[in-house]
Design a protein around this ligand. Structure first.
Ligand SMILES: *Cc1c(COP(=O)(O)O)cnc(C)c1O
Length: 405
């Protein structure tokens, strides 16, 4: 696929890591050596067959890829419009798309001779995936997590500990994901010599946004193969939820070359865009710099990052990956929103009509896809990236419904 001659989008960031005005490398002096080392290794693996063979082998025999695409037949019947298909990232080992990226970065860490891995986590999904792969490769694993998130995600914290990781509570700021990211960066500055920082989404200083996308584009590459086998053609629409944007970038990227497939990213509108309690960085944010890159950011007049809200912890991040900011401005993808309530409704529909308990993050994509399907005729095809399974969200959904488990 990389040698296709009718590429309309083969964008790589420029050597400084910019997608247009977004991205870049906004880091402290202390990190410049390690970032350069990482950049060199990232560029080296581009054409290194043996690296990608090992990566593919892990995805096949450990993660269980390729993940299937399921026709959501009963949801489709109930909407009486376009056909809805689901790319089943929920069936990956560890339950979401995150592991694709973690394997890629962990293999890179091994090549660079780094035996100590650090990561940040919000809901705990990236932490669990990282702890899992570190256990498999025999690497030391330290996960930074906001103290508030540790309280909300007791099961995932224990899961990481079972897998041998050390979970470090972060008590600064709002004690959530963005603070955990700051703390992980601080650790990295101090321990650059033996430490590899595995970032969980398409954000951070260059080369992370492009590198994480490259480790997630397997999702879209599989869909390009699978859709014609299942439906005879490529989908008219692809819909994916946006936290930092890694599952969306992974399914979008290969499709940026296909003019007839529209790409739609769904941000978390929380309690409604008008309430201010949301995490819609593209819809409601403005240009700024966070965690090493320039992008759309939720900030106040003084440039302070604002508090965000979403019922799904994985979407509760005040920024978005720089490539999405670029795709938005260039109108190569559309960005819309779904509220907490719409996501919970879609979650319930998916449970009852399809026998699939989706992650609340993925339920945002599904909510928008259902709305869209109703407006389209029956020949149209919508492919939803079901980024993860919802077992982790049992407590949140029960609480939302006023039920005590
Ligand atoms: C973490 C997570 C997300 C959000 O992260 P992206 O980088 O935007 O993909 C979405 N879905 C699931 C299941 C997640 O665990």
């Amino acid at each position: 696929m990389n040698s296709s001659n009718n590429y309309i989008y083969s964008l790589q960031p420029n050597p400084e890591g910019f997608f247009g005005q977004y991205g870049g490398t906004y880091i402290s002096e202390t990190l410049s050596n390690i970032i350069n080392e990482l950049k060199n290794h990232y560029y080296n693996i581009q054409n290194d067959e043996s690296f990608w063979q090992e990566y593919q082998k892990e995805l096949k025999y450990f993660v269980g890829r390729p993940s299937p695409i399921s026709y959501a037949e009963r949801i489709t019947q109930s909407v009486n419009g376009a056909k809805i298909y689901l790319k089943r990232e929920d069936l990956n080992h560890t339950g979401a798309h995150k592991v694709n990226n973690v394997i890629g970065q962990a293999l890179l860490a091994k090549r660079m001779g780094k035996k100590r891995i650090i990561a940040e986590t919000g809901a705990g999904q990236h932490g669990v995936a990282t702890a899992t792969i570190c256990a498999r490769y025999g690497l030391e694993c330290i996960v930074y997590m906001g103290a508030e998130d540790i309280k909300r995600q007791v099961a995932n914290v224990y899961r990481m500990k079972l897998l041998g990781a050390e979970v470090v509570p972060v008590n600064s700021g709002s004690k959530t994901l963005k603070d955990a990211l700051n703390e992980a960066m601080r650790d990295w500055v101090t321990n650059v010599d033996n430490t590899f920082y595995i970032i969980g989404t398409v954000a951070g200083p260059h080369p992370y946004p492009a590198m994480v996308r490259d480790f997630q584009k397997i999702i879209g590459q599989e869909c390009i193969q699978q859709m014609p086998e299942i439906t005879g053609r490529q989908p008219d629409y692809i819909v994916a939820c946006i936290g930092g944007g890694s599952n969306a970038m992974g399914i979008f990227y290969p499709y940026l070359n296909l003019k007839n497939t529209k790409l739609i990213g769904v941000e978390a509108a929380g309690k409604g865009l008008a309430t201010g309690e949301h995490a819609a960085s593209i819809s409601k944010g403005s240009f700024g710099i966070l965690h090493g890159n320039a992008t759309y950011l939720l900030q106040d007049d003084k440039g302070q990052v604002t508090e965000t809200h979403s019922v799904s912890a994985g979407l509760d991040y005040p920024a978005v990956g720089p490539e999405h900011a670029y795709l938005h401005d260039e109108k190569l993808a559309d960005y819309v929103c779904a509220t907490d309530e719409e996501a919970i409704n879609a979650f319930n529909i998916c449970c009852r009509l399809e026998g699939i308990i989706p992650a609340l993050e993925s339920s945002h994509a599904l909510a928008y896809a259902i709305k869209l399907a109703k407006e389209l005729d029956k020949e149209k095809i919508i492919l939803v990236n079901l980024s993860g399974r919802g077992d982790k969200d049992m407590h949140t959904v029960a609480e939302y419904n006023g039920i005590q488990l």
